[in-house]
Design a protein around this ligand. Structure first.
Ligand SMILES: Nc1ncnc2c1ncn2[C@@H]1O[C@H](COP(=O)(O)OP(=O)(O)OP(=O)(O)O)[C@@H](O)[C@H]1O
Length: 647
């Protein structure tokens, strides 16, 4: 499509105006709005939104593109798992103990504030006041203070509770809304808790991510994939996080659509067969060291170079970062407003060993829209350990190889009577011990005469046993190995669809020159909610009939379209659809009745061409399928030029 004529620069962006367009056109609205206005409404509906028709269509188109770009392109195994998750699963995965953010309480009003956001908001405001003279007569900040604040902000995600408490104390940080003091940060678990059925004895959580359902089915997925590695599963579904204080519209919500890929890979073979397809893509990277040095400027580097120099840990991680970049480009994201930021050590989720976020630049600053984490073997290992179900891969070696290894043997004559119905569980726990564990246990057994090993849950609820030398022997043996067993590592690209949708909308929003009331959303054809507006110039029944026929023709081609036969001026109708991001407009007038010609208007340039109905239909199809550009269409059809549109 033609490029926008007045792209809004960062400073000119008027969020209020932009959001009023989205609300007016019903992209989304706050949930339970009419109840929230009631004096009896006690709840908190922040972070809960309903999508209206264009928001819904845009979301569906993004998801459709995601499915084609990832699931279809890579033969991923898609799953749809339940939201309701037993506590035990999330206890094992570490979410019950660790999936928390730090929050501070306003000492007077009792409001809760997310601690890292509080510090960042206050320091940013001080910097804005003290360096840009935003507040009249406010003193300029000393350069050393400016550097200190910037340094803190560059690594704000790296502070734990104590670190945040120290910052709050040291910098006299208070609630910016009322200047009240805040209490020291405490952790708040972000999962919504409930119970299943009438019994309170069966606690559940709404899943905070789709990943766990995929991991629990790993054995079945591997079988379905004929035991072949590597492979990926994928899932799209609602996830829930009880965010402490959501204030940034669609960017931080409590219920959101997550699209996640879990790519299972041999830990010793993290090369990717299609790596060469992405190795020349240039990525803007903001790595860990740069952030720790207090800087926030990313550097551009090809994925190939980044993997070779180990800035990106391995090919598979690099491959997915490249695929994420290509996906965002297809959606219409401004490539100069994307960067990949590496997680700092404390920021990383409890399961991750490396993580890069794809961040998009918005009026709220850089926003994480896609997380790309190497979860190592963490999840499969903990679930296998707890349940005693093997989630390992057995690889048949091309030739048997001689291996020296530690072997643990239980004396079953003794362990049977000793552990009774738990004997099998104890045995599976011993069998699950890896070589590193066996080596240190062998030394411990020799030294102390007994060792304690972790087990899946036993009948008395405990999860470990003591094994003396009488019950357990650990020795080094040499054997011929024909099967290698390993727990796969997982590379996980995780896409917050709502964040991508909102950031994209901000990036494609602009208005006609000198007319802030005429907003345009330059959404690409592929994701625009409606592709074609059909506008009859009069309400004449014959023109109406043609509109419906054209609409049906487009529908038959799978092209979403909308008829606007209202009495509003054609300029108004175009303007309305510019705000909806509709890329093309077909106008039907009385000439259509005599010579069968129709007009096709392009949203961004407002240029119109005229041709026979079939020609215009072919142009629309070509534009949608990407076999023709708008420039080519204007080259071969009669051009009207940009029309002055009465509004
Ligand atoms: N509260 C939320 N609202 C909307 N999208 C979210 C929210 N939390 C996470 N996401 C999306 O889910 C993706 C994967 O989640 P992940 O756990 O990596 O996020 P996160 O690091 O916890 O995010 P943040 O640091 O912003 O809280 C994110 O990249 C983001 O797009």
């Amino acid at each position: 499509m033609a490029s926008s004529t007045t792209t809004l620069k960062g400073d000119e962006f008027d969020r209020q105006l932009f959001e009023s367009v989205l609300k007016r056109r019903f992209f989304f609205t706050e949930a339970f709005e009419i109840y929230r206005l009631s004096p009896n409404f006690k709840g908190d509906n922040r972070g809960l939104f309903d999508y209206g028709p264009p928001g819904c269509a845009l979301q569906a188109n993004i998801v459709d593109m995601w499915r084609k770009h990832f699931v279809l392109e890579e033969n991923m195994l898609e799953m749809d798992c339940t939201v309701v998750t037993p506590e035990l699963v999330l206890k094992t995965s570490g979410h019950v103990d660790k999936f928390a953010d730090w929050m501070c309480k306003d000492s007077v009003k009792g409001d809760y504030l997310r601690a890292d956001h509080l510090v960042a908001t206050v320091l940013k405001a001080r910097l804005a006041r003290g360096t840009r003279g935003l507040v009249k007569d406010s003193p300029n900040l000393e350069q050393a203070t400016i550097d200190e604040y910037n340094g803190i902000l560059a690594k704000i995600d790296n502070y734990d509770g104590d670190g945040l408490a120290e910052l709050i104390k040291q910098h006299g940080i208070r609630n910016p809304e009322n200047n009240n003091e805040v209490l020291p940060p405490v952790p708040f678990n972000l999962m919504f808790k409930s119970t299943i059925g009438p019994s309170t004895a069966a606690p559940i959580y709404l899943r905070p991510e789709t990943a766990q359902g995929q991991f629990l089915n790993f054995k079945k997925l591997l079988d379905y994939n004929q035991g072949s590695m590597p492979f990926a599963s994928a899932s799209i579904g609602k996830s829930y996080r009880n965010e402490i204080s959501p204030r940034t519209g669609l960017l931080r919500v409590r219920e959101f659509l997550l699209a996640e890929i879990e790519h299972y890979v041999d830990p010793e073979k993290k090369q990717h067969p299609r790596f060469r397809e992405v190795s020349d893509i240039v990525l803007p990277l903001l790595d860990r060291e740069t952030q720790l040095s207090g800087k926030t400027t990313s550097r551009t580097i090809t994925i190939g170079q980044a993997v070779e120099s180990k800035v990106i840990d391995n090919e598979t991680l690099g491959y997915f970062m490249g695929r994420i970049m290509l996906f965002l480009a297809k959606l219409g994201v401004d490539q100069s407003k994307v960067r990949f930021r590496q997680h700092l050590a404390n920021e990383m989720a409890h399961y991750a060993c490396d993580c890069w976020d794809a961040e998009l630049l918005t009026s709220y600053g850089w926003v994480e829209c896609v997380g790309c984490a190497d979860r190592s073997a963490y999840d499969l290992t903990v679930h296998a350990r707890y349940t005693g179900t093997s989630l390992a891969v057995k690889e048949v070696l091309p030739e048997p190889v001689k291996v020296e290894e530690w072997q643990a043997t239980l004396d079953k004559k003794r362990t049977g009577p000793r552990f009774k119905k738990d004997a099998k569980v104890v045995q599976s726990a011993v069998e699950a011990l890896d070589q590193v564990a066996l080596e240190s246990l062998a030394a411990e057994l020799e030294k102390n005469g007994a060792v304690v090993i972790e087990t899946p849950a036993l009948s008395d609820g405990t999860m470990n046993v003591e094994l003396s030398q009488e019950l357990l022997a650990i020795s080094k043996i040499t054997r011929l190995q024909s099967i290698r067993e390993y727990t796969p590592n997982v590379i996980e690209p995780s896409f917050g669809i709502g964040r991508i949708l909102y950031s994209l909308l901000e990036q494609v929003y602009w208005h006609r020159p000198n007319d802030a009331a005429r907003a345009v959303l330059s959404l690409p054809l592929a994701v625009a909610p409606n592709k074609v507006l059909i506008a009859p110039l009069s309400s004449h029944p014959q023109l109406n009939a043609i509109s419906h026929r054209l609409s049906a023709r487009l529908r038959k081609m799978g092209i979403a379209n909308i008829i606007d036969a209202s009495s509003a001026s054609i300029g108004k109708r175009y303007a309305r659809n510019d705000e909806l991001g509709t890329p093309l407009g077909m106008t039907i007038d009385f000439d259509t009745l005599t010579d069968g010609s129709v007009t096709l208007r392009e949203r961004d340039s407002m240029v119109q061409v005229r041709g026979l109905e079939d020609e215009v239909m072919a142009a629309i199809r070509g534009l949608l399928e990407g076999t023709e550009t708008w420039e080519q269409v204007t080259g071969r059809m009669e051009v009207f030029g940009a029309q002055e549109e009465d509004y």
